[in-house]
Design a binder for this molecule. Sequence first.
Ligand code: ASN
Ligand code: ZN
Length: 332
Amino acid sequence: AEKVHTGTGTGQYVGTVPLGTTLSGSTYQLTDPDRAGHKTYDLNQGTSGTGTLFTDDNDVWGNGLPSNRQTAGVDVAFGAAATWDYYKEVYGRNGIRNDGVAAYSRAHYGSSYVNAFWQDSCFCMTYGDGSGNTHPLTALDVAAHEMSHGVTAATANLTYSGESGGLNEATSDIFAAAVEFYENLPADPGDYLVGEKIDINGNGTPLRYMDKPSKDGSSRDSWSSTLGSVDVHYSSGPANHFFYLLSEGSGAKTINGVSYDSPTYDGQAVTGIGITNAAAIWYRALTTYMTSSTNYAGARTATLSAAADLFGAYSPTYLAVADAWAAINVGS
Ligand code: ASN
Ligand code: ZN
């Protein structure tokens, strides 16, 4: 989306992008005037507080390399801006809590810290520099994932354990994919992989696969009665799989150069409705029908209600939602 920006930055993953910055005296600050003043801080390997606000003297930020401290700031500031824009432009949501208030971002957390996280307590997100401090967890889909934890907390507030925890995690992966497709950056086009730019395993594999979640070695592809006892980053698998199937349909497919093959439970066929419609259904389900205790059966009901609202009960789109749940062994 076109916006008025003053700065330009080169991130490690986003490429060269516009940045919202603020001129204070003769120094530019990584404070985004177009997104409620969202600030991006350099924790400088610390693990508490806000460190220092990123600043620059010529409004040209980062150089694409992790050795330049600003580079991670560019990636996470752009990720927050893109996610802010997505929720506002697509759903009319004015910020994470829909109250027009910006969160803030902290880069360079700890040393060789291989994670990123959202915290409701500070209303902020934090990013580690990854293995060897050279594979930062700062990619666009990671930023959208973390920021979407804030949206979930402000809406359905899905409890972060058991099946609701898996749905909480899947919600973050779903909107991570949606934001990535919405931006469709040349350096990071849309895909149904999570964290593919980071090379967290050193062999080119992503953190998670939405078309066939079990490809990560731990995630579940379909619902079963034991799903609630696995880690929430693995019990998210069936809902991620549901979202992929609803968006793209069953069968092999290549999108933006990535090949997918998504086997379904009992061979249930699904006709894809496109990621824009699938995300709109999940957003309405999350913000209107899901509650803190929603489980997979409840998510099915919530998305069917959302699909009925948006597209009509028993419309082809509504029926595709039912088929996609059946394809991960939920319902009917
Ligand atoms: N990066 C992880 C996540 O957002 C942190 C966590 O385990 N909560 O899910
Ligand atoms: Zn998460």
